[in-house]
Design a binder for this molecule. Structure first.
Ligand SMILES: Cc1cc2nc3c(=O)[nH]c(=O)nc-3n(C[C@H](O)[C@H](O)[C@H](O)COP(=O)(O)OP(=O)(O)OC[C@H]3O[C@@H](n4cnc5c(N)ncnc54)[C@H](O)[C@@H]3O)c2cc1C
Length: 289
């Protein structure tokens, strides 16, 4: 299908984009990679009269480090995340998850900001951001505000972003020594969204799990933290039995919608399996394996 007609705007600075968004109001939509927005427009789920294209705003692209925090511009593409040597060295969970998103075509245009802002529970970055305790910089006519990923998602396609705000940067703490991470994703075929996936970030200090974050993709109306499972592991020496119990407990965080990828029970059980796999891999990496 062909989308309804719209007016196209191509600002070159964040300030120009914010001004446009403020003046055009609810009739306008931001265009990033277009890999979620354009399908929605073709299906008439979205019918904006104006598109504000963020692709010419250079200040929205790139990955850099400042004071132990990694900054990622919202318009950084999946491919740029995968090939970033800074991320590979200091926050490898992000490139690992980005490499599992869709296919090469989508990864060459799709952006981390679009993936996070879209609010689809099937998107992979939201769970990764919850596991990493990331923060989002939202820029609007009233200036900038920084909100934690935890709490950003209010419902399916519903976030803390106000209609006149742009997600401009993602802030992620540098991974500390003794950290382990993993993103385990089950999909029906290459290029598909997750049936269920789990992001794990943990830290071992003196053999004890001093910190553990577990977040799930596509098994609830938004990405969610499996907080009860985390509680079982924090402060303990991790072993096979404990990991198994935590994976089972993670199912309590699930409230999936039935769809072509599976019914509620299947998705919930697959979430358990993904948590089990991600925990095993994260522990192995934290131990230097
Ligand atoms: C075949 C296919 C398979 C896919 N598989 C996966 C998958 O496995 N995992 C996955 O995570 N995703 C998947 N996707 C989605 C893909 O990753 C999209 O690129 C992503 O959801 C949105 O990113 P985008 O840059 O294309 O944003 P767009 O489609 O341009 O925008 C999406 C929404 O976010 C808003 N937006 C965009 N940027 C900003 C910003 N900076 N600030 C505020 N609002 C903003 C837009 O207005 C729009 O409402 C798939 C897509 C396709 C077509």
């Amino acid at each position: 299908m062909i989308p309804p007609s719209f007016q196209y705007h191509a600002p070159t600075t964040i300030a120009q984009a914010v001004k446009l968004l403020e003046s055009l109001g609810a009739d306008a939509k931001l265009l990033a990679g277009g890999h979620s927005l354009l399908p929605m427009m073709k299906l008439r789920f979205a019918e904006p009269s104006h598109l504000i294209d963020l692709n010419r705003i250079e200040e929205l692209r790139g990955v850099w480090e400042r004071d132990g925090v990694i900054h990622i511009g919202a318009m950084t593409t999946e491919n740029d995340l995968i090939t970033s040597s800074l991320l590979q060295e200091k926050c490898p969970l992000i490139p690992e998850a980005a490499a599992l998103i869709a296919d090469p075509q989508v990864r060459s245009r799709g952006t981390i900001g679009g993936d996070i802002a879209h609010g689809d529970p099937g998107n992979d970055h939201p769970a990764v951001m919850l596991a990493l305790e990331a923060q989002f910089v939202l820029t609007g006519p009233r200036g900038e505000r920084v909100v934690p990923a935890n709490g950003f998602y209010l419902g399916t396609y519903f976030t803390q972003l106000e209609a006149d705000e742009i997600l401009t940067e993602i802030l992620v703490p540098v991974s500390l020594p003794g950290s382990g991470w993993a993103y385990a994703k089950l999909k029906r075929k290459t290029g598909d969204f997750a049936i269920a996936a789990a992001a794990v970030y943990l830290r071992l200090e003196g053999g004890v799990c001093s910190r553990v974050n577990i977040a799930l993709t596509n098994v609830a109306p938004t990405a969610v933290r499996a907080t009860e499972a985390e509680r079982m592991l924090a402060g303990s020496v991790l072993n096979e039995a404990l990991i198994e119990q935590a994976a089972q407990r993670a199912m309590e965080a699930c409230d999936p919608a039935e769809d072509l990828r599976g019914d509620r029970e299947y998705k919930t059980r697959m979430a358990c399996e993904m948590v089990r796999r991600a925990l095993h891999q994260a522990v192995q990496r934290a131990r230097g394996g």
